[in-house]
Design a binder for this molecule. Sequence first.
Ligand code: SF4
Length: 326
Amino acid sequence: MLTGCYTYLSENDWKEKIFAFDSIARCCTLCPRECRIDRLNGEKGFCEAPSTMIISSIFAHHGEEPPVSGSKGSGTVFFSYCTLKCCFCQNYQISHEYEGVRYTEQELAEALLRLQNEGCHNINLVTATHFLPWVLKSLKIAAEKGLEIPIVYNCGGYERVEIIKLLDGVVDIYLPDMKYGTSQAAAQFSHAADYVECNRNAIREMFRQTGPLRINKEGLAKRGLCIRHLILPGNVQGSSSIVAFLKEHFDPEDITISLMAQYSPLYKAMETDSINRRITEDEYEVTKNEFSVAGFDGFFQEFEKMNENFIIDFKTRKSERLIEEE
Ligand code: SF4
């Protein structure tokens, strides 16, 4: 079994991190929105997340990148609410409509241990940014009870460097999005004009912590960074900007790209002319070629195989949750 870096944290390390996260949540700056409201006492900011964890589903995910899902699945936790709220969100049922149920730190810890016992290769925290103070407490409880598989931090890439720094020693594999390469698109589709700058600073810190994606002889991810880029319709310029940034700051051999062509006009994208369609084969080829010519490799979805099967219906998935009701 692969061992997560957090198994080396001392009691004091955990306490310091948990104290720091609680302090940040009291005047919330967990994400770049910096709402500065008291999350621990139930005040709500842009994300509208409450003062207890709300989780949509917990299950062994077989649809992530091959080294993350492996043969037995990635133990995935989909947190409800979101700090970005993209108008085209493929998971809008949980990010915008808050599908999910309340979990205590103890309950999540037990769920994580069950995922490990079922053979999952890692714990995959999806969009956990706004619940990090509670997640850290759950991880500490679970680690004390024997959780040891690596932690994957799977996020939209809208992160503060200060927060990512606090995850040093906790997260083994970073799986962030690079959604936008232009502030205009970030402002229009996610009301986050500062996305590009925040995203790029966060990516550099993630790489500083973990380095390139390392895969063991069984083909499983042990540690490192894998960057996801969902190609958006009419956004070739944004994708080009991302390629240029990565090429300027990294050796392409050190960067693993997961290039996704599965965009489907869901939620409010249906009412937005510029993104109310699938991407074209031409848009896909142009972006794929840009990454390839620049020397980047990784997991490139095949355009022909794209269909709506990539979209998870969280209302259905909820019935498959692994948590046993008391
Ligand atoms: S996590 Fe939520 S409340 Fe905190 S800064 Fe971000 S959007 Fe605001």
